[in-house]
Design a protein around this ligand. Structure first.
Ligand SMILES: NC(=O)c1ccc[n+]([C@@H]2O[C@H](COP(=O)([O-])OP(=O)(O)OC[C@H]3O[C@@H](n4cnc5c(N)ncnc54)[C@H](O)[C@@H]3O)[C@@H](O)[C@H]2O)c1
Length: 268
């Protein structure tokens, strides 16, 4: 390990179980010397195994529904108290579509479900940054990262309304990132990750076929949850201080491919 996050303090959203990208990021952040608070929605904490991770990483859990400003204010205030100072890094690793869960097609959703999924998956990032910004909670040269997927730019039919939520999330990173950069020298980026077998990933229809396709299309193969965690750690470290307002593809090259030999073999 490299002590890349020695002395840094953070908040990590979205670790549900050992498959979660946020779970791997917390483990790696601990190994790199960081101290952090873990958070998730109260219902997810009851369902998941967050206490196991908290024990392993010697961190405290503060429940917060990321769509509630009140919960987020409590989270940020308590985190500063527990960690004994301002926040250096934040990971937003949250996604959920009610339309996907309930099997509603993209062409005919339930719009209450659309609104809820948008709030959880995208507006929650704006709300989190709103609270951090108002409370002047981030240290200078801090780093904020949210996780996204390439369906924000290209069509992946089964990704349903999560494609629109991710497009919104990426735009919020740029727009809010301007103010964070100007006022606090804080960077804000999204990492666009390969399909990954997690609880959220497996919820996408046809995920198994899709992950195999993506593996064959990417010259370096799919990026794993651990590899995503490692890239995220680099974005929290002082080695990436001038990277901001970016959507960073972490996908083994998938996003710039047209077709690969391995995929073409199926059509010859
Ligand atoms: N798995 C993939 O294929 C993939 C690919 C690209 C991007 N991503 C993104 O990575 C992020 C993490 O997902 P994951 O794959 O690790 O799956 P995951 O299911 O382990 O994590 C999703 C998390 O969102 C949390 N969440 C849901 N509603 C919430 C709320 N109201 N408040 C707070 N937290 C809430 C869940 O409790 C869960 O911990 C998501 O943004 C996801 O869209 C995943």
């Amino acid at each position: 390990m490299y002590n890349l996050l020695k002395g840094k303090k953070g908040i990590i959203f979205g670790a549900l179980n050992e498959h979660s990208i946020a779970w791997k990021t917390a483990e790696r952040a601990k190994e790199e010397g960081a101290e952090f608070v873990l958070t998730n929605a109260p219902a997810s904490i009851r369902m998941g195994q967050l206490d196991v991770l908290a024990k392993k990483t010697e961190s405290q859990i503060i429940p917060a529904d990321a769509t509630s400003i009140e919960d987020l204010e409590n989270l940020v205030e308590k985190s500063i108290e527990i960690l004994g100072g301002k926040i250096d890094f934040v990971l937003h690793s949250i996604g959920m579509s009610v339309n996907v869960r309930k099997g509603k097609p993209y062409t005919d959703p339930n719009y209450d479900f659309t609104t809820r999924g948008w709030d959880v998956s995208a507006v929650s990032f704006h709300k989190t940054m709103n609270v951090l910004y108002k409370k002047k909670a981030m240290s200078n040269w801090g780093s904020i990262v949210a996780l996204t997927y390439m369906a924000a730019q290209r069509v992946f039919p089964d990704y349903n309304d999560m494609a629109d939520n991710k497009a919104y999330l990426e735009s919020v990173a740029r727009s809010f990132g301007y103010y964070f950069g100007r006022d606090f020298k804080v960077r804000v980026n999204t990492i666009s990750q390969s399909p990954t077998p997690t609880t959220a990933g497996n919820g996408v229809k046809g995920f198994d076929g899709f992950i195999n396709f993506s593996e064959k299309m990417s010259p370096l193969g799919n990026a794993s949850a651990l590899e995503c965690a490692e890239y995220t750690i680099s974005m929290f470290s002082d080695l990436t201080r001038k990277v901001t307002l970016q959507n960073l593809f972490h996908d083994g090259g998938f996003s710039n491919m047209g077709v690969s030999d391995a995929v073409m073999e199926n059509f010859e």
